[in-house]
Design a protein around this ligand. Structure first.
Ligand SMILES: Cc1ncc(COP(=O)(O)O)c(C=O)c1O
Length: 440
């Protein structure tokens, strides 16, 4: 019996046929499966020969499995992507979710919706990863940097207010390290000036602010599942969310604007521009794979435990460092705010220690404590100078960012440590600070 197809099935499901066509050109077979396994689970140091013996056993079992298996018929944008999106929407309590190649692609879709182009201004925090402003730079919009709140190194809403002009079109708050930006004043400014707010929630999947999940408070939010994040979709991946009506079209926005909802006469499917805030916008391709979605669906189940473990590590560090003069610990969770504890923001007070964070970082490294590569202020990057920005003026406009970056803060890792490693890290901080106070 012919299967009932929805119009959007046209790409791959051609129905019963005497000469069938499968979507996947060359399915993943035994060799690829074993290579993936070896890639994900390489031999541990010094255990190569035992590894090879055990792998040979697994390879025999895989061969047996292959004898009774069919092959994959869908590798891109299939059931797992759909299920992941539904699960994510439930978890976040938002209407529309799209799984993408990465968070940067999510910002792009949101800013295409805002019709950002040359002459428009977009406000972003001075301290973030370059991905936050990649799309405004690419289309020749003007990036305006807001100064940061030194307690969190997040965007300072008061400075955002000072930097709004008649040309401002969008604000991109970034929840650095998973700690929530103070979103209420940002959203009030957006309402007053009719601006689009795109939350850079790359670090913030699972955190909340006043009872709402981070990333769902602005008009759009994008999360990253790159391999260094709290959970990953096999190395790369992102999710874009929105509650705006455009959300019903997010799957089109992800795939070049193909209109798969209409009946397709004679295989001529339509390609459309979507309706942006100020006019139509064309779409790019940021489609993601079934395997990435499958992996992320499993990692999602572990997320609450991962965040809880990170929170306990942060609480331990803060408790150990609480009374240490010259060390400033970050704000932790409260009744109104829950971080994802992606990074631990540690500050030193150079006035009390007689030396700044550059010396502190050297002392930690000498003790074998990793300083996570962290975010330099954007005005220090060549790309801005090359594009004609007056970076000296930008720096002068962000005095807190400059001070906190060059003199005060570092990020410590929080996961996945034993209690002994955490204790070692806290001891290393305390000893380093003692040396600095003693002028050593
Ligand atoms: C603050 C911030 N924003 C955006 C991104 C970009 O995420 P993705 O690599 O998924 O595009 C990152 C990635 O590290 C990030 O740290």
């Amino acid at each position: 019996m012919a299967k009932k197809l929805s119009p959007s099935d046209f790409r791959y499901e051609t129905g019963p046929s005497r000469v069938p066509w499968t979507a996947v050109g060359e399915a993943i077979r035994l060799n690829e499966t074993q290579k993936v396994l070896e890639f994900l689970m390489p031999p541990a140091d010094g255990r190569a020969s035992e590894y090879r013996r055990r792998l040979a056993r697994v390879a025999r079992e895989l061969k047996g499995l292959a004898e009774v298996s069919g092959h994959a018929t869908k590798l891109s944008l299939g059931r797992n992507v759909k299920e992941l999106e539904a699960e994510t929407a439930r978890f976040l309590g938002c209407k529309h979710v799209s799984f993408l190649t990465n968070a940067t692609a999510g910002f792009e879709i949101a800013l295409r919706y805002a019709n950002i182009g040359p002459g428009d201004e977009v406000i972003a925090p001075a301290i973030t990863f370059i991905a936050t402003i990649a799309w405004p730079l690419a289309v020749g919009a003007k990036v305006v940097l807001a100064d940061v709140d030194p307690r969190t190194i997040n965007m300072d809403p008061a400075d955002v207010a000072r930097k709004i002009t008649p040309r401002t079109r969008a604000i991109i708050p970034v929840h650095i390290g998973g700690y929530p930006v103070d979103m209420a004043p940002i959203m009030a400014l957006a309402r007053r000036h009719d601006l689009v707010v795109v939350e850079d929630a790359a670090h913030a999947f699972g955190g909340s602010y006043r009872g709402r999940m981070l990333g769902t408070i602005g008009h759009f939010g994008a999360y990253s599942f790159h391999e260094v994040k709290n959970i990953t979709s096999f190395g790369e991946g992102g999710v874009l969310v929105t509650n705006l009506p455009i959300g019903a079209r997010l799957s089109q926005a992800r795939f070049l604007g193909l209109d798969l909802s209409r009946k397709i006469p004679n295989w001529l499917y339509d390609v459309v521009a979507l309706e942006g805030k100020r006019g139509p916008f064309a779409c790019n391709n940021s489609s993601s794979t079934e395997i990435q979605a499958l992996v992320l669906r499993e990692q999602l189940k572990r997320l609450p435990r991962i965040i809880a473990r990170r929170r306990r590590a942060a609480e331990y560090l803060s408790a150990r460092l609480a009374g240490v003069a010259g060390v400033i610990t970050p704000p932790l969770d409260s009744a109104r705010i829950r971080s994802t504890h992606h990074l631990y923001l540690l500050r030193v007070d150079p006035e009390r220690l007689g030396a700044d964070v550059q010396i502190f970082k050297q002392k930690l490294s000498a003790r074998g404590v990793t300083n996570i590569p962290h975010f330099g202020p954007l005005y220090k990057f060549s790309v801005l100078r090359q594009l004609g920005y007056d970076t000296a003026a930008m720096q002068a406009g962000c005095p807190q960012a400059e001070n906190v970056f060059s003199r005060q803060f570092t990020h410590l890792p929080l996961y996945d440590f034993t209690q002994a490693q955490l204790k070692y890290m806290a001891d290393a901080v305390i000893e380093s600070v003692a040396e600095m106070k003693a002028g050593r």
